[in-house]
Design a protein around this ligand. Structure first.
Ligand SMILES: [Zn+2]
Length: 397
């Protein structure tokens, strides 16, 4: 038996390409001259008013060594679906001979599309959770071959931690986890809680709803474990009813008995809206799984916009190389022709081209930033772009 996933070599050598690319290269190689092209990666919209870009790391790893130049918007950037005039934004531009990289299109788009979908959703959860801890718990819903990518994208989108061992290694953080229901089933609650509390280095979090009602089990756990930090409610959907009201009740009972220091962590089928509701109800930490791990991919496309220095694009696409200018002050984003020399926004603020050179002749121009540096960028972008995010949260996305 062999696991049904591609290896790194399979991907880099083009084995995961759609067949029409190898067919096209075959035709072009039968006596036609190779041509220098510029291609844009754009998206025509997304589930939210913006995307939070990620996945560029894997894209660059895949194409490294092929003679291409790449300019890209950095990972962790909050990008509106269209510019201020309604023009689609190129998030990345590849220049080079068409035959040099065309077979990689499928893999390049796949990396950006899935990772950006996850980091965008994760950014929504981050916003809904405010300053409270949010942990990515979703790798069990997806193929294990991509679990590090899922955890990295969730972290870049703003998750505080991830549950996967390999994902944690990739983002250079300790994996975060509480305990499975299995431990309570095997040892009984009392023994399982005691052992978990003894063996946990960080915050002590106990799962309390294996056997009993959440209210009574939370009080029992708080009595048993003196320095307990969190009780975790992972109430099954068949018992859930109104999860917010359950959280309110548990909070009330803990407070009444002097356990204000014991906080409530919730998990199980959460999305941005339920995180927001449960936060209002008194939950103070969130484990989010499927909604982030299986987030809708961003529909990125890669299209020729210039051939041998001349603008040319198919119907429905904007031709020519471009700059993506963003104002430092008012955050207005405009797409302009590459030759444009605009330096100042209408508001007087300085304009910055978000497309930065990242690869020259197949080599990285600079050492690639660490996941925590990229996550810092995300958090900065979220502060400055809070109006877009609030709009999405209010829409109930
Ligand atoms: Zn401005």
């Amino acid at each position: 038996m062999r696991i049904s996933s591609a290896t790194e070599d399979d991907i880099k050598s083009g084995k995961t390409a759609d067949v029409y690319f190898t067919k096209t290269v075959g035709i072009l190689s039968s006596g036609f001259p190779d041509k220098k092209v510029v291609m844009d990666v754009t998206f025509s919209g997304s589930e939210f008013p913006f995307i939070l870009l990620s996945g560029l790391n894997d894209l660059l790893s895949i194409i490294e060594g092929r003679r291409v130049d790449i300019e890209a918007i950095p990972e962790g950037t909050l990008i509106p679906n269209r510019d201020a005039k309604g023009i689609p934004l190129p998030v990345l531009t590849i220049s080079g001979n068409y035959k040099e990289f065309s077979v990689m299109e499928t893999a390049l788009l796949g990396c950006l599309s899935q990772a950006s979908g996850i980091s965008t959703k994760s950014c929504m959860i981050r916003a809904a959770a405010g300053d409270l801890p949010y942990i990515s718990f979703g790798i069990r819903r997806m193929h294990p071959a991509i679990s590090p990518m899922i955890d990295r994208s969730a972290y870049i989108g703003g998750a505080d931690g991830v549950s996967g061992l390999m994902g944690a290694e990739l983002i250079e953080q300790e994996a975060v986890g509480t305990m499975p229901h299995a431990l309570s089933l095997l040892l009984g609650d009392k023994e399982a809680w005691k052992m978990c509390a003894q063996t946990t280095g960080g915050k002590k979090t106990l799962l309390i709803d294996t056997f009993d009602d959440e209210k009574f089990a939370a009080l029992k756990a708080a009595e048993e474990i003196k320095d307990l930090d969190y009780v975790r409610l992972d109430t099954p959907s068949s018992r859930r009813g109104n999860f917010g009201n359950l959280v309110r009740e548990v909070r009330w009972e803990l407070d009444l008995r002097g356990y204000r220091n014991v906080k409530i962590m919730v998990s199980g089928g959460l999305d941005a809206k339920s995180v927001l509701d449960l936060r209002k109800a008194g939950a103070e930490a969130f484990g989010v799984g499927t909604s982030v791990a299986s987030a809708k991919p961003v529909d990125f496309a890669l299209d020729i916009v210039e051939i041998e220095g001349k603008p040319l694009a198919k119907r429905g696409k904007f031709s020519g190389r471009k700059k993506v200018l963003r104002c430092h002050d008012c955050r207005r984003v405009t797409v302009v022709p590459f030759g444009s020399t605009e330096k100042k926004c209408g508001c007087g603020g300085d304009l910055e081209n978000l497309l930065k050179p990242v690869m020259k002749a197949g080599k990285l121009t600079d050492p690639y930033p660490s996941p925590s540096k990229i996550r810092d960028r995300t958090l900065g972008e979220m502060k400055l772009g809070s109006a877009l995010i609030s709009q999405a949260l209010e829409n109930g996305d």
